[in-house]
Write a protein that binds this ligand. Structure first.
Ligand SMILES: Nc1ncnc2c1ncn2[C@@H]1O[C@H](COP(=O)(O)OP(=O)(O)OP(=O)(O)O)[C@@H](O)[C@H]1O
Ligand SMILES: Nc1ncnc2c1ncn2[C@@H]1O[C@H](COP(=O)(O)OP(=O)(O)OP(=O)(O)O)[C@@H](O)[C@H]1O
Ligand SMILES: [Mg+2]
Ligand SMILES: [Mg+2]
Lengths: 468, 468
């Protein structure tokens, strides 16, 4: 007889930690560092704070367990209110980033899966110290996760008066790992973070006591991303039902104007005439059939103002070119930031850079640097939609049409920013094949490749001239 | 001010359907078919029933919505009791497969994510008809998912007296999809299912009204997989705590013998002496430190009986060779089924086949056919740990050492069966880099490759002889 039962979210990720990127002790070190660093960056640059982040990995922290490391990450961010700390670190699917705003975090899982992995491999709780900007106290918690119930177990809680103006968060947890194999990935991650967030200062001390100071190269920070309303294009039936449930508007006309970006008085009237519903109807009185018709109409109508991108935080062509130049010392760089596009109600901006020649080594394939919401993506390159586009053999881009012959000295940087990045997995390593995004990435890389082609042709002409 | 909140599992997968394989309308058709077919196969062959599965995809089922299809899958399996049907199809993380037994399903998500995707793209409920083997009634439900609460909404329930001996399940749901692009993948999936489950009969009718009958080629079924206890090797602290909570044994000695496979009286005594805990201690009286010590000791002890594989359902070398021969018409086939190994308390068996020459076309890379628990894996090949091993340029296997020169006519089949397949993602398309599994796959492919090498050398000698 089949035994049916349900799992909590904590049990699900406990049983299937590979799904969250914790597939082996090498990856576990990398994943723990990147989840904590991404939280630290979200707590700083999304709030206009110049990030100062300290990362420490120590070995030999538990007798007779040489494979266990203590990982600590500290930031000068906005901190976490004490009432939210237990759930933030010990209840899966709990987050402050479930809004329509461009943040690195989006799942409400990262910190918790690291804590869970630490707990199941070492039995140790996580320690969190935090203080918000206006708070007069600093709070310290030691927490573990009640896996069956998916709720926090507060093992220790204390607080002390804040003497200084410190604000921020420090997270310390023990995990079983393999530092020697993880080392190159962790260093690569921090280096690429420095490229994409040149205003961040990161201090890293590794288990051999090496200290590396990734010092900020600018104090210029991009404007922080803003929270926005959904764009009506591609809004589905379910989210429309949820918006109807949550709205405080009292008429369908106001509902359309207030709950969406890009719908003004006249567009609202146009849509209402298309669905033939009274504009004064209380949105909560709409039947399921009416909501389905409204979803279908919003999806098919193509008269909306295009999605805005001013709530998104992108790099811009100058920063991309400067970053590629300083790191790669190429002969040529080009960059392109596309206008905003939209998929499923979420605006997104694709930007790309190409760097060619100079100190870049020859290779049979382009070197691809992928970023999403300013997160470096290092694993799963070949399942990423971007690789599908740029890879030389069967990719959508035929490189010889751009005068690139393999082996070639070519680096391609691609950055996608959006209020929702469609990652393939919870471990945030590759981007899914979403048609609108695939099209934009291809067009963006082609834009930059066209400049490269012009340069290669010009160079070749110069060489031919010189030979005459 | 940051707004913290929690999500239900349904909300999480609603917001992040790419994580479950529903990244675009092409993939959605494929994913819906495969999730339902895998449920049908689990309900039949895991219970000794020769599977008869009918799959129908119809178009033009909703006026003015040419992109919506009605997908129906019917099986002659064990059926679902009426009390479990609502949660089985409309509550995420609900399953009868959360046991230690080799099944295709493992997450408690597949059917629900398909229902959720159908609901958000078409607004339509799922219809389920089912009757268990001994039941005198057939039950019909129409269900939708309350996304916010992750619980079923029963829109309609009825039942009728069963006149015949019918037992099984039929699932019907509407989804937005792209049949034309999904078609080759769906057909490939059904073909490969026929290779790996030659005892199953599958009838498929597609939107053009083509009917394809994948008739069973044998009535010989492998022995159904059995549920087993965990193997003590690699048991972690958290699962040890859970076993302690659930056990009805009253002494540590009995706990070790009863709750694990591979531990008898003498091994139990040995372990108890290593941890220096009284063998009569009630397991529920163990402190956290004692459980951690026990977990560490179980992990490091290497005197356990090796994991059994007789609860696993593998193909065997004859079936693999027969399958490759009949489908590919090669010049040469070899196959190897490895002995059982274990990772994190789960036994697993790797089997591989190579087919060479004959009707196989030349290619710069091997054609890789991947299977896990008798599920064909079609997507994300390049992020699968198996591809990392066999790919010609930088894979772990240097093919020229086996006399294979590219381009070559080579097909490699790899099948992993386990009580837990470590998929990289909820969409079950590629296998994660688990060190124990990676090692076994490499050794298994090498075993088969060695036979290929001997064949190629022998053929070359015959040719050289003939030329003299
Ligand atoms: N260093 C930090 N500073 C401030 N807040 C933090 C910090 N780390 C975590 N948090 C808070 O805890 C929440 C949970 O973090 P967690 O990493 O688990 O999820 P997330 O970042 O929201 O999403 P994701 O799973 O995609 O990382 C965050 O949403 C944030 O509110
Ligand atoms: N055709 C079927 N016949 C019998 N039982 C079924 C059938 N389809 C679904 N079920 C039952 O419903 C449960 C939920 O199915 P679902 O596909 O959502 O999860 P699963 O198969 O357990 O795991 P996975 O997410 O990996 O597929 C199954 O565990 C099984 O008990
Ligand atoms: Mg996070
Ligand atoms: Mg299933």
């Amino acid at each position: 007889n089949e035994k049916f039962r349900s799992l909590s979210a904590a049990e699900f990720f406990y049983r299937n930690k590979e799904i969250a990127g914790f597939s082996n002790p090498v990856r576990a070190v990398y994943q723990t560092v990147r989840e904590l660093v991404e939280n630290a960056l979200d707590a700083t640059d999304s709030h206009g704070i110049l990030p100062v982040i300290k990362v420490v990995i120590e070995s030999d922290v538990i007798p007779e367990r040489p494979d266990v490391y203590l990982i600590s990450v500290e930031d000068n961010g906005i901190g976490i209110p004490p009432d939210n700390i237990p759930q933030a670190f010990a209840q899966l699917l709990y987050s402050s980033k479930y809004t329509i705003r461009q943040t690195r975090g989006m799942f409400g899982l990262g910190a918790k899966v690291a804590v869970l992995y630490g707990q199941l491999t070492t039995g140790k709780p996580v320690e969190v110290v935090s203080s918000t900007i206006n708070s007069s106290r600093i709070y310290l918690f030691r927490l573990s996760i009640d896996v069956k119930e998916n709720k926090p177990v507060v093992l220790h809680r204390t607080s002390f008066k804040k003497e200084s103006g410190w604000h921020g968060t420090m997270v310390k947890l023990f995990i079983e790992g393999d530092w020697n194999r993880a080392k190159p990935k962790v260093y690569e991650y921090l280096k690429r973070t420095a490229i994409i967030a040149p205003y961040a200062s990161i201090i890293f001390k590794d288990p051999s006591n090496n200290v590396v100071y990734f010092e900020r190269s600018t104090t210029l920070m991009p404007r922080p991303p803003r929270e926005v309303k959904p764009h009506p294009q591609g809004v589905d039936i379910e989210s429309l039902k949820m918006l109807v449930q949550l709205t405080s508007t009292k008429s369908l006309k106001d509902f359309l104007i207030e709950e969406f970006q890009g719908i003004g008085e006249s567009t609202s009237t146009t849509i209402i005439n298309m669905v033939k519903i009274d504009s004064n109807r209380d949105p909560k009185s709409l039947s399921n059939e009416e909501i389905e018709l409204l979803a279908k109409t919003l999806k098919e109508y193509n008269g909306f103002k295009p999605p805005r991108g001013d709530h998104l935080s992108y790099l811009g062509e100058e920063i991309i070119k400067a970053g590629l130049k300083s790191v790669l010392k190429p002969e040529f760089v080009a960059a392109k930031t596309r206008r905003p596009s939209v998929y499923e109600g979420h605006s997104f901006i694709v930007e790309a850079g190409v760097a060619y020649g100079g100190a870049i080594p020859l290779s049979e394939e382009p070197i691809l640097l992928r970023f999403a919401n300013k997160i470096p993506l290092l694993y799963d390159e070949s399942s990423d939609v971007t690789w599908k586009i740029v890879e030389p053999k069967s990719g959508s881009i035929k490189w010889d049409a751009y005068e690139v012959k393999w082996p070639a000295p070519l680096v391609i940087l691609v950055h996608i920013c959006s209020t929702k990045v469609p990652y393939k997995g919870v471990g945030k390593e590759s981007i899914a094949d979403v048609p609108e995004i695939e099209k934009e990435i291809e067009n963006c890389v082609r834009d930059a490749a066209r400049e490269l082609k012009a340069y290669i042709i010009k160079k070749r002409k110069e060489v031919e001239e010189a030979e005459k």
